[in-house]
Structure formats: structure tokens, C-alpha cells
Design a protein around this ligand. Sequence first.
Ligand code: PLP
Length: 419
Amino acid sequence: SSSFANITTLPPDPLFGLSARFKADDRSSKVDLGIGAYRDNSGKPWILPAVKLAEKKLQSDNTYNHEYLPISGHQPFTSAAAKVILGSDSAVIRDDAVVSIQSLSGTGALHVAASFLNKFYTAGENEAARKTIYISNPTWANHVQIFESVGMKTAQYPYWDADTKSLDLKGFLAAIEAAPRGSIFLLHACAHNPTGLDPTQAQWKQIIKAINDRGHLPIFDSAYQGFASGSLEADSWAVRYAIAEQSKTQQPIFICQSFAKNVGMYGERAGVIHVISPDFKNKNAFQAVSTNLQKIIRSELSNPPAYGAKVVATVLNSPELYKQWEQDLVTMSSRISLMRASLKLALDKLEGQTGGNSNWEHIVSQQGMFSFTGLSALQVSRMEKEHAVYLVSSGRISMAGLNEDNVEYVAKAIHEVVG
Ligand code: PLP
């Protein structure tokens, strides 16, 4: 019998499978609203002007080479990255109380957090608290398998109220209270994927307080900083607030930071895992966390990829390029906002013409890369079959796939399948 008799062929990954079907479709009207990658107004991938300048600068530097990075990564990258998420005036940075280790983008940071917590986390009140990660319902499809693949369990907290298309704050807070003390909660720092719906600052305050009151450990997944509002400060508000409130708890905070979307470094895998802990006043505790994270990295990838880290470091450490990057973030986030407004306008117009009464307000109130349209799986499948408009079965659309040339076509398709 086969050496691998107990495995069977898996279906394609839902998202990458969708993208393969899109590529194979020869209808000229086809629109890809699947994967969360920015596209410009002509539907093309966009290399940020800040990145182009950084690449030029890097390669003209005569110390540039392809040597291995240290296990912990490219230090000019990891320390500048900490400033991006925590603020350049951050007290924990000033106190040298942040462990920052380079990772394979956001996914790698989450994976390293998962492995580390699975091995070393002891503060939960019982085995369930120590080995369960609470994720939002719904969440990014990969979260479940990232944590389950290292042997942790996942549990869901309520997040999206489908009837009102708004945050189920009551359910969220109740889940925080019901979880055993010291449980682990995964939070989306901004631009929640897939719903595009973030808590308000007042709601975040309640969420963080509830988490601290129960002694839970928060992990912030920060994959869209600056991409949601166009402002790095606004999009890191929740993380910085949680850090400011950390004195009320003994728990560390983990941040899994990706530069895939906000610097457009998707395939270069530039990310960082940061850990901030009240323990780090004790240098031994700091070193223990840092070296054990590095041991995980050493056994899995030996040392992280250099190119993306060097490009991002060049952007972050040059005042001119940083300014250019901030402009690029505004370029991307405002084109997406414009597409939100255009899609809603086109849908409202169609509703007006046909006397329909669907409410599309959520398209403009949501933010970030995605919109959770409320389309059913059946409607999504009709979008693909009948209109060549590709989106994932949850009804999430990547707003960046819209542009001036296709937005009315997409609105018509949505109107037709909903109608
Ligand atoms: N977290 C969320 C919520 C995401 O949407 C993504 C990408 O889609 C990631 C993390 C990680 O992406 P990457 O590994 O490309 O940085």
C-alpha cells in the first residue's frame, strides 16, 4: 500500500483557487474582486513610488549585497517598523522594552506567535485558556489553520451582526467575559478582514478594558496600517491605546505586523513580530523571549528574506521616502474610498430605476481593502457564472479590484443577482 495512504487530495485554497479560475476565464468583461492586493485605476499592480525610489537608492549603495541577515532579521527594518506601529515617541521603545523579530510577512509573524505561545504560554487559568485562540466571527480565512497547525485550538467571538451589518459589541464583550482568565484574543488592529468594520475608539476602550479585566493576552494582527484611513496614526490607535493601558495588566501584547499591503511588498514577505511585556523591565525576561523567538526562526527558516526588509527599511529610515510613502498611502486609500462611493452611487441609481429598497450604506461606512457586501454564497456563484465577477463565497469584495471602467458593470451584476 501507499506510504501516504491516509492522505487525500485537498481542494484548491478558496482564494488562490478563485484567482486560478479568474485567470482561465476568457470573458473580456471579467473582474477580479478576490484577493486583497491593491490595483491602480487601470486594474494593474502598483509599485509604490516610495518603493521605486528606495530600490534605486539601495542598489546604488556600494555596500549592498545578498549576504545572510542575522536570525533576528535586518535591524534597521525591525526597529523602524516598531516606530511605525507604536509611534516614534513610544515610551516602550524609549525604555527598550520591545522585542522585534523579523518574520515572513504577517502570516509568518502570526505563525511564530502561535508556535511561541503554544510552547511557552503559562498564564492562562487552565489548559483551555493556554491553548485556545479566540478569533472574530468571521475572520481572515488563514487564521484558523495558522493556529491549529501548531496544535492550538480556535474559538470564535461574535463580531459581525449580519442583520444590522454592524459590530456585535455586546456579543464580543460577553465572549471576553466568558472566556477563562488569561485566554488569548486575536484582534484586527484596523481594516478588519473580511468585514471592513472596525470598532470605534469608544468601543475599543470597552474591548481593551474587558480584555485587561479578565487578564487576557491580546495579539494584534496589523496587516493594513495606513491603508484604512490613509493615516498611520489613526490606523494604529487601538494598538497604541492597548499599550498605554498595559500597566493595568500583567500580560504581554503581541503585534504581528505586515508590510505586504501598506508598502505593497506582497511577495517579498516583509513582516515583524513585536512583543511588549511588563516583564521586560527585567532584562532576563526580555532576552528569554527574544532568544526563544529566534530559536523558532532558526529551525524554520534559518534567517529571514533580506530584499523586502532592506527596501522597507530604506523607505522608513529616509525622511523624504517616508514622506513619499505617506503620500502613497493616501493615494491608495483615497482611490479605494472613491470606489466605495462610486459603487454605492451606481447601486443606488439602479435601485432608484427599479424601485428596489436595498440599503448599500455599509459599502461606504466600511473601510480598508474589503467590503462585506452581504451577498449570499449562491449570489456570489451567480456573479461568477453569469457576470464573470469573481469574489469569495462569504460575499467579501476586494475594493481595490474596482476602477472607473468596471464599477458600473459590477454594480449592475450585484443589482441583478440581488434583485
Ligand atoms: N492578517 C490579515 C487580516 C490579512 O488580511 C492578511 C493578508 O491578507 C495577513 C494577515 C497577512 O498577509 P501577509 O502574510 O501577506 O503579510
